[in-house]
Design a protein around this ligand. Structure first.
Ligand code: PLP
Length: 369
C-alpha cells in the first residue's frame, strides 16, 4: 500500500542541522526583534534573490498588508482574482477597493491589455501576481504605471528565486512581497519578505511591523506586530543551504510530468517563459472537458480514490468568495473564472518520487476518453 500523496510536503533540513542552528539561542536568549539570525538571513536572501533592499515579516500576508499601508494608498487597486485569498484580502483589509482585471489564458498573470480601461481618477496602484512563478509582463506594467502615476506592488509569493532577464523578480515594481510559508518553495515555517527600492518606504515598513516605534521614546504610527522570530529565521538559514537542490528535485518532477502529459489532447500545461529562470513551484494542468472527455472535478475525484490529493488551486477565484457576495462579479473576469473551473494543481515537492509521478499520470491518462 503506497502512502497518501498530498499536493505538497514542506521542505525541511535534517533534525540535527536545525538543532545545531538554534543551539546558540540558549546562550543568547535573543528570540525575536530582528536578532542575529534574522540579520543573517536578510543578508543571505538579499544576495540570493538579487533585490535592492529586503525586510522580513511574520508571513507573506502581513508583508502585503504592511507594504500597502506604508505606501499610504487610498482608493482603488487594480489586481486579479486568480490568486490566493491573501492578495484580495490584503487590499480590502487596508480599506482599499480591489478592481479586478482578467488574466491571460496561457500564463494566468494579469492581462495587461485590459488594465488601462479599468483606471479611474481613484486608481492608486496595481497589484499583480506572479501566478505559479510565471512572471507578469513587467515591462508593460511599468509603462502603464509610469504613464498614470501608479504604484506597483507585486505579489511574488510563488516566485521565490525566479529571475527575469537575469534580474531577481523582486526587483521589479516599487515593491514585491514573498511568502515563506511551509508550503512554498522556500520556507521559514511561517514567514514573508518585502523587497523595495525606496529607503523611506522601507523605513515605514520596518516601523509598521514593530508597532510604529522609531526609537525608545518616539512612536510615529499606530503600527502592528509582524516581526519574524529567530526560530523561523533559523529554519530559513537551514533551508536556504539546500535551496538549489530543492529546486533541482522539483525540476526533475516537473520534467517527468511533462514527459507524460505534454501534447495530450485536452490537456494544457504551464508555459515555459522565455528569459525566466523558473522555480518549479507548482504543476497546474488545465483540462478541457470537451476534448479530454473528462473534467477537472472527475480527475480530482479519481486521484483522491487512489489517495492522491491534488488541489483546485485557484478555485474559487477571489471575486467569487462568499465574503464578497454582491460586491464583485466573477463574470467580469471570464478567463479567470473559466480557468478556475478547469485547473488542477498536481502534487509537486522535492521528495516526490518519479515513480509516484508515473503513477499519477497513469491514473490521469486512464481517464481520457
Ligand atoms: C501563500 C500566498 C500568500 C500569503 O502568504 P502567507 O505567507 O501564507 O501569509 C499570498 N499570495 C499568494 C499568491 C500566496 O500563494
Amino acid at each position: 500500500m503506497s502512502e497518501k500523496i498530498y499536493v505538497t510536503k514542506s521542505s525541511m533540513p535534517s533534525f540535527e542541522e536545525y538543532i545545531d542552528e538554534i543551539r546558540d539561542l540558549w546562550d543568547t536568549h535573543f528570540l525575536t526583534n530582528m536578532g542575529p539570525k534574522f540579520q543573517q538571513l536578510c543578508k543571505e536572501l538579499h544576495q540570493y534573490l538579487m533585490v535592492p533592499h529586503i525586510d522580513m515579516l511574520t508571513n507573506g500576508h502581513m508583508a502585503l498588508e504592511v507594504t500597502l499601508e506604508a505606501m499610504q494608498l487610498e482608493g482603488e487597486v487594480i489586481t486579479t482574482p486568480f490568486t490566493f485569498a491573501s492578495t484580495t484580502h490584503a487590499i480590502v483589509r487596508r480599506g482599499l477597493t480591489p478592481v479586478f482585471c482578467d488574466v491571460n489564458e496561457d500564463d494566468f498573470t494579469i492581462d495587461t491589455s485590459k488594465i488601462e480601461a479599468l483606471i479611474t481618477e481613484k486608481t492608486c496602484a496595481i497589484l499583480p501576481v506572479h501566478v505559479y512563478g510565471n512572471i507578469c509582463d513587467v515591462e508593460k506594467i511599468e509603462a502603464i504605471a509610469k504613464k498614470h502615476h501608479l504604484k506597483v506592488l507585486y505579489d511574488a509569493a510563488h516566485a521565490f528565486g525566479c529571475t527575469y532577464q537575469g534580474r531577481g523578480v523582486g526587483s521589479f515594481g516599487d515593491a514585491s512581497c514573498y511568502s515563506f510559508h511551509a508550503t512554498k518553495v522556500f520556507n521559514t515555517i511561517e514567514g514573508g519578505a518585502v523587497c523595495y527600492h525606496d529607503m523611506e518606504l522601507g523605513q515605514r515598513i520596518y516601523q509598521l511591523k514593530n508597532f510604529g516605534i522609531r526609537d525608545a521614546e518616539n512612536v510615529d504610527f499606530a503600527g502592528t506586530n509582524a516581526k519574524m522570530n529567530e526560530f523561523c529565521a533559523a529554519m530559513g538559514l537551514c533551508n536556504l543551504r539546500h535551496i538549489e537542490q530543492t529546486i533541482q528535485c522539483r525540476k526533475a518532477v516537473t520534467e517527468r510530468y511533462r514527459s507524460h502529459l505534454e501534447g495530450v489532447p485536452g490537456i494544457r500545461l504551464n508555459p515555459i517563459q522565455e528569459g525566466v529562470r523558473s522555480n518549479y513551484s507548482y504543476f497546474p494542468v488545465i483540462f478541457d472537458e470537451e476534448v479530454f472527455g473528462c473534467g477537472r472535478d472527475e480527475v480530482a475525484q479519481a486521484l483522491a480514490e487512489n489517495e492522491i490529493y491534488a488541489r483546485k488551486y485557484f478555485y474559487p477565484i477571489t471575486n467569487a468568495f462568499s465574503c464578497y457576495e454582491g460586491r464583485f462579479d466573477p463574470e467580469e473576469t471570464p478567463v479567470a473564472l473559466r480557468l478556475s473551473r478547469q485547473v488542477l494543481t498536481l502534487p509537486l515537492y522535492d521528495a516526490l518520487s518519479l515513480e509516484d509521478v508515473d503513477r499519477i499520470c497513469a491514473i490521469i491518462l486512464s481517464l481520457k476518453r
